[in-house]
Design a protein around this ligand. Structure first.
Ligand SMILES: [Zn+2]
Length: 159
């Protein structure tokens, strides 16, 4: 059995009046993330980690931000398609671990909800999904609340 590791990173600017969706969960906030889809940077980082692990092109290749049919799309739909592509190439997810960098709102109370959403989209058991949230201690643009970023690492195995 072959194992592969993948890494993903994503960042989106914050903007007033947009919905805030992180890890497939809608947050109560007076701002959201700017992007062509729902701009869920956590899910995008996870998509790129899975694609990278399988040696496939990145999320922008599969879901270009010039495609009008993807405007405002739920990124869990994209993640489901990434997992389908993974299986089509003979790979299956083993686990995933992601970190969110957000000055606000508080992410920790919703981590269990995010894990449940990501479990549904990936087919992974909740116990195989790691999620952490951290502020940026007021440092740089993330610390000033101008953006939210996410890192993800995944393991996949050959089927
Ligand atoms: Zn993104």
């Amino acid at each position: 059995m072959a194992l592969r590791i993948g890494h993903g990173y994503d960042i989106h600017r914050t903007e007033k009046g947009r919905p805030l969706v992180l890890g497939g969960v809608r947050f109560e906030a007076d701002f959201g993330l700017l992007g062509h889809s729902d701009a869920d940077c956590v899910t995008h980082a996870i998509c790129d980690a899975f694609l990278g692990a399988a040696g496939l092109p990145d999320i922008g290749h599969y879901f270009p931000n010039t495609d009008p049919s993807l405007a405002g799309i739920d990124s869990q739909v994209l993640l489901r398609q990434v997992i389908a592509a993974l299986h089509a190439h003979g790979w299956a997810p083993v686990n995933l671990d992601a970190s969110v960098q957000a000055e606000r709102p508080r992410i920790a109370p919703r981590l269990a909800d995010m894990k449940a959403a990501l479990s549904l989209a990936t087919g992974l058991p909740v116990a195989a999904i790691g999620l952490k949230a951290t502020t940026n201690e007021g440092v740089d643009d993330i610390g000033r609340g101008l953006a939210i970023a996410a890192h993800a690492v995944v393991l996949i195995e050959s089927k």
